[in-house]
Design a protein around this ligand. Structure first.
Ligand SMILES: Nc1ncnc2c1ncn2[C@@H]1O[C@H](COP(=O)(O)OP(=O)(O)O)[C@@H](O)[C@H]1O
Ligand SMILES: [Mg+2]
Length: 259
């Protein structure tokens, strides 16, 4: 099977630091793929490269058979890649459905002039955008909350709302940067149900996560980064128990003490 996303020899250098160092990674269509590694390993930087926020120092990104390495973030979104961010980025003063509409707006084509003139075409587009947002909220089980302000949501629901916003653009792949961070166990169980539902809807998932139980329970494949380099890759049971992985997380000294 051809990979949906194929990143080859990706290096992202900031001054003297190689935040991502010659990383190869393939994401197969339909899988839930976890990207893990200690703080500062380069996980978010890898997301930023794939999503077009950074243009890599070297290497290439092929998505769905097409080179996207040099595309800007909005162009990458239009190709079918969306993401959430490590820190919550919501419009707190807007309603929940409006927040999701922002994500769907990348698809409407009436443009700014159309919106200002409120042409028939733009009103239709606005209506479609609203309906799309409501469907997306229903998908994540938040449709009754649609008209409430985003600021009033509990933390876990804010994180789900960000996922809904990313889903509103109908991506082929969604990249989630630490979606379970700060969640309690009820919230993270709900999150894993939603992630499985996204996968079952035919959307490929790439996620960064620190909670190893969460990763083991949800992913088909795990890639491990350390100091910008890929140190291990495989099914969870194998990847999470590799000696270099345990070493990267615990540090050499602790491992030696235990030995
Ligand atoms: N825009 C930037 N400029 C300079 N250094 C950066 C930038 N973004 C990330 N870094 C550095 O790159 C390394 C990897 O960071 P990051 O990708 O955020 O790691 P992770 O998400 O795995 O915790 C860190 O040392 C971080 O300080
Ligand atoms: Mg990060």
């Amino acid at each position: 099977m051809a990979a949906l996303l194929k990143a080859s020899n990706i290096t992202m250098q900031f001054g003297g630091l190689k935040a991502v160092d010659n990383v190869d990674m393939e994401i197969q269509p339909g899988e839930i793929h976890a990207l893990i590694g200690p703080n500062g390993a380069g996980k978010t930087t890898f997301f930023n490269v794939v999503s077009g926020i950074y243009s890599p120092t070297s290497g290439s990104v092929i998505f769905d058979g097409e080179e996207i390495t040099k595309l800007k973030a909005y162009q990458v979104t239009a190709k079918g890649i969306t993401r959430t961010f490590q820190n919550i980025l919501l419009f707190e003063n807007m309603s929940i459905v409006e927040n999701v509409m922002v994500g769907g707006h990348t698809r409407t084509d009436s443009g700014l002039v159309g919106s200002l003139l409120r042409t028939g075409k733009s009103r239709r587009a606005e209506r479609e955008c609203y309906e799309n947002a409501m469907k997306t909220l229903a998908f994540v089980g938040m449709e009754e909350l649609a008209d409430q302000s985003a600021s009033g949501l509990p933390y876990g629901k804010k994180r789900i709302l960000e996922i809904a916003r990313a889903l509103a653009s109908h991506p082929k792949i969604i990249m989630l940067d630490e979606p379970a961070a700060g969640m309690n166990s009820t919230e993270s169980e709900e999150l894993s149900r939603i992630i499985f539902k996204i996968r079952d809807a035919g959307i490929t998932v790439l996620l960064v996560e620190h909670d190893m139980k969460f990763v083991a329970g949800i992913s088909d494949m795990v890639t491990v980064l350390d100091h910008g380099q890929k140190i291990c890759e495989g099914v969870p049971q194998m990847a999470l128990n590799g000696p270099r992985v345990i070493e990267a997380y615990l540090g050499k000294e602790e491992e030696e003490e235990e030995a």
